[in-house]
Design a protein around this ligand. Sequence first.
Ligand code: 8OZ
Length: 359
Amino acid sequence: MSLNLFSPAKLGSINLSNRIVMAPLTRNRAGEAGVPQSINVTYYEQRATAGLIITEATPISEMAHGYPLLPGIYTDAQVAGWKKITDAVHAKGGKIVIQLWHVGRISHPSLLPNNALPVAPSAIKPAGQAFTYQGLVDYVEPRALDASELPEIVADYVHATKCALAAGFDGVEIHAANGYLLDQFLRDDSNKRTDNYGGSYENRARFLMEVTEAVVAVAGADKVGARLSPVNPFNDMKDSNPQALFNYVTEALSRFNLAYLHVVEGGIHGGGESEPFDFSAMRKLFKGGYIANLAYDKARGNTAIASGHADAIAYGVPFIANPDLVERYSVDAPLNEADSSSFYGGSEKGYTDYPFLGA
Ligand code: 8OZ
């Protein structure tokens, strides 16, 4: 019998009871000082039947923030808050990894300590507007990081990884997608550096590889995943040759024996049309697990798994509206529809009040 969404799987050291993964979803509902609060516990606990939960993108330091009301993973209080979430998910038999995030230029001084300028590989202002506590405000020109500052950011990833392990996570996912700091280094429209971190594929991938090596040294490769989005134009991103770049990045990441590679297979968040890209080439170049993401439904998910394209599928919007998505898929029940007006910020409404089957 061929594999499908309901087959158990192993990604590195993480045993999944099914291949229906909850995608990382920014929800802007953390408590004071980036500490997860009780509604966040309820939200994740409700979704614990996913084969694996990937948490919302979570800043690794004060400088990594770029939106209001994000949780963090760098203080003791945040670790204690997340511990309640991992305990609740584990008590229900689920698995959960945290997505480690630095936004780079996708921020605003009002969100950063002492009104600091956002940092980036190059001083290039992205088109668009930042979500701030004062509403939408034009992005500013970020400050280009000096190479001498990069080890401090690597150290922030290491600290966050230690915090994640202390909080009881089954692993960590390095967010290198969707136009945030690590992706800004990868793609050449946002990286115009002339030092060892710009120019060639090897140079542009160097920072991600340094981060990955450091995170792996702390967590063990079998507890580390990475997320890439080769052709997602969201956050004003592009590259002159994404296939060559991301084939290179995939091969380089593959050498770490990571638990998985998680790939956004197109454009998301209304960033615009994405160009054609051969994701199966990436899949073949990566020797660990492969999680596919991009508006998959049940049928396309099953096909991708049966064909060997993916080991698991990450579902985003369906998990917002259906805490019991796994059960609904298993009995072909209709899905609740997601209310997009409550995606980013707000209360329990549109967060923990979507009904379970039979409720
Ligand atoms: C949408 C809104 C805010 C953040 C990502 C973390 O795209 C995000 C994000 C998405 O990875």
